[in-house]
Design a protein around this ligand. Structure first.
Ligand code: NAD
Ligand code: WQD
Length: 336
């Protein structure tokens, strides 16, 4: 049985990926400091899969703890989700973001080297395309960072590229996620933001459930179909499955590979809101508000490389994303 270390496995994407890994027969070890997640996510994944996760509450910044975990197992690969991800917060607290996201990754890679583990899947982001002038984006599109969070992702990509160049026996998959939304169809696991959600879908579900009065639509004068921002929303279960495909790819010893994980279709804010209202038969009051600084007009993937090289395509459309996000919200009105 292959054994996978999942950092940040109690979080939104990590928990869905842990479930897919367990269902596919992998042994899963999770480390998470629970700074942005709850242990309940782990127990829900265990009951959904009827399998056990070895969970360690620890911080990637603590190298000694990390070493102990690597001494206790023989990992085939590491999937590295653990990071801080709030763009606005990263502008306020750059040092915390650089330390957590970059020092955390360096610690992890150093311990992997000590332990002779050299298969690595990294959670990158479409944020590495900066403020894209044109979509669809291919993996070769120009890279830039427009905020400290984005800079941590871009820097980590370069770090991993240099590491792999110096150590050609390493296999690294940089997975650039577009906009992950939705939840497992059971409604048992999902996205559980603390405080006021930064992202569109959790804000919409909280308005629909009555926790927030109305959605502010950030700008309606962008050069898009209806003037509101256009994004490539991807169902978190499709995204989770992408990680299993990436692990398979690493078994071919490909060196460093980069993939966009998106659907290839862009939807505007208002298209998402309308779809959510229609499929769930619920109303989402909104008002048009000023643009949010730093937002791009349009951002969507060309996912054809992942389709061709990983045999991965998304199977869940915007309606399922809206349905599953709402199911999760209704079943867990206050999160975990
Ligand atoms: P999340 O916050 O739900 O999950 C991240 C997990 O990592 C949390 O459980 C948190 O407690 C843990 N963590 C953070 N720092 C840690 C540390 N130093 N040591 C141990 N655990 C730590 O976020 P998510 O949405 O699941 O995102 C997972 C990854 O995907 C992140 O790297 C994120 O940057 C990236 N990503 C997310 C999105 C998105 O919109 N959700 C988009 C692109 C990329
Ligand atoms: C989507 C659209 C907003 C909230 C962010 C990060 C990115 C990546 C994914 C991690 C935009 C609009 C939003 C609201 C709104 N994360 N919106 N009202 O900005 O595309 O990407 O998450 O890597 O790095 O920047 O996602 O969900 O915040 O916004 O009108 O209350 O919804 O303007 O057009 P974004 P989002």
């Amino acid at each position: 049985m292959k054994s996978i270390l999942v950092t940040g496995g109690a979080g939104f994407i990590g928990s869905h990926t842990a479930l897919e890994l367990l269902n596919a027969g992998y042994k899963v070890v999770v480390i998470d400091n629970l700074s942005n997640s709850k242990l309940t996510a782990i127990s829900r994944v265990e009951s959904l899969s009827s399998k056990k996760i070895d969970f360690y509450q620890m911080d990637l910044l603590n190298k000694k703890d990390l070493r102990e975990v690597f001494n206790a197992y023989s990992f085939d690969a590491v999937i590295h989700f653990a990071a801080l991800k709030a763009v606005g917060e990263s502008v306020e607290e750059p040092l915390r973001y650089y330390r957590n996201n970059i020092s955390g990754t360096i610690n992890l890679c150093e311990i992997m080297q000590e332990a002779g583990v050299n298969n690595f899947v990294f959670s990158s982001s479409a944020t590495v395309y900066g403020d894209p002038s044109q979509s669809p984006l291919t993996e070769d599109s120009e890279l830039s960072a427009v905020n400290p969070y984005g800079q941590t992702k871009l820097t980590t990509e370069y770090l991993l590229k240099d590491l792999q160049t110096a150590n050609p026996d390493w296999n690294v998959a940089l997975l650039r996620y577009f906009n992950p939304v939705g939840a497992h169809e059971s409604g048992e696991i999902g996205e559980d933001p603390s405080g006021i959600p930064n992202n569109l879908m959790p804000y919409v579900t909280q308005v629909a459930v009555g926790k927030r009065e109305k959605l502010s639509v950030f700008g309606n004068d962008y050069p898009t179909r209806d003037g509101t921002g256009e994004r490539d929303y991807i169902h978190v279960v499709d995204l989770a499955i992408g990680h299993l495909k990436a692990l398979k790819k690493l078994e071919e010893n490909p060196g460093l590979v980069v993939y966009n994980l998106g659907t290839g279709s862009g939807y505007t804010v208002l298209e998402l809101v309308k779809t959510f209202e229609k499929i769930n038969e619920v109303s989402v009051p909104y008002e048009i508000a000023p643009r949010r600084p730093g937002d791009a007009a349009s951002c969507f993937a060309d996912p054809s490389k992942a389709e061709k090289e990983l045999g991965w395509t998304t199977e869940r459309g915007l309606e399922e994303m809206c349905r599953d996000a709402w199911n999760w919200q209704q079943k867990n009105p206050n999160g975990y």
